[in-house]
Design a protein around this ligand. Structure first.
Ligand SMILES: [Zn+2]
Ligand SMILES: [Zn+2]
Length: 210
């Protein structure tokens, strides 16, 4: 059995990843699983659409890991915690949650740790990162430029934010708007001054309020 862990931060990156991995899947039977089964629905339909009968078969875990853990309260073949996209952040099988051994590590000290504390985010990609109780609040954690990075960014050697085009464009638009506003405000102020100097009523008042 070969396993592939998609190196993805968001599911919208999946089609690009799929094109890279497709040659590896030809002639194979593919089994996939995700948190709630929905991403597998989409991924399997993409796989069938793109590879068709070039794969032996496509299987998915119906209802995802969530349903699996409800079906097998002792966790079955599952190890560790399941990341959840809500307040729970991570879900353990109902039985044996207390004596579990963390499979993940604190991003600062590297000690085994699997509880999200203090909403820490990766400095390079904004994904949630694990910081252990011992490291939380220390200088390494709090210092500006603290090296809080997710395992994927560490693996890829990503240290700073590579802004997406969308982000870049939004940022530019915001800057331009701010500049325009400043210019308009300055022009309006100058206009008021000129009007006052000329003794005429300040008609343009309010032009700088938005
Ligand atoms: Zn730590
Ligand atoms: Zn990251």
């Amino acid at each position: 059995i070969e396993t592939i862990r998609p190196p993805l931060r968001q599911f919208s990156d999946f089609p690009r990843f799929f094109d890279e991995v497709a040659p590896q899947l030809r002639g194979k039977t593919v089994l996939m699983y995700c948190t709630g089964g929905i991403r597998c629905e989409r991924a399997s339909s993409l796989l069938k659409q793109k590879l068709g009968d070039q794969v032996e078969g496509v299987f998915q875990l119906q209802g995802g890991i969530e349903k699996y853990l409800l079906t097998y309260p002792d966790g079955g073949h599952w190890r560790g915690l399941n990341f959840a996209f809500d307040k729970r952040t991570a879900v353990a099988p109902a039985e044996g949650a207390a004596d579990r051994v963390p499979l993940s590590r604190c991003c600062l000290c590297g000690e085994p740790w699997d509880t999200y504390l203090g909403k820490r985010k990766c400095v390079a990609c904004d994904s949630p990162v694990l910081v252990c109780l011992g490291c939380c609040g220390t200088r390494r954690d709090k210092a500006p430029g603290a090296d809080l990075r997710c395992p994927l960014c560490v693996e890829e050697g990503r240290t700073t934010k590579e802004r997406s085009m969308h982000h870049e464009v939004t940022l530019k638009a915001q800057t331009t708007t701010a500049l325009l506003r400043a210019q308009m405000a300055a022009a309006a102020a100058a206009g008021r001054k000129a009007a006052q100097a000329g003794g005429a009523p300040a008609a343009a008042d309010g032009s700088d309020s938005d």
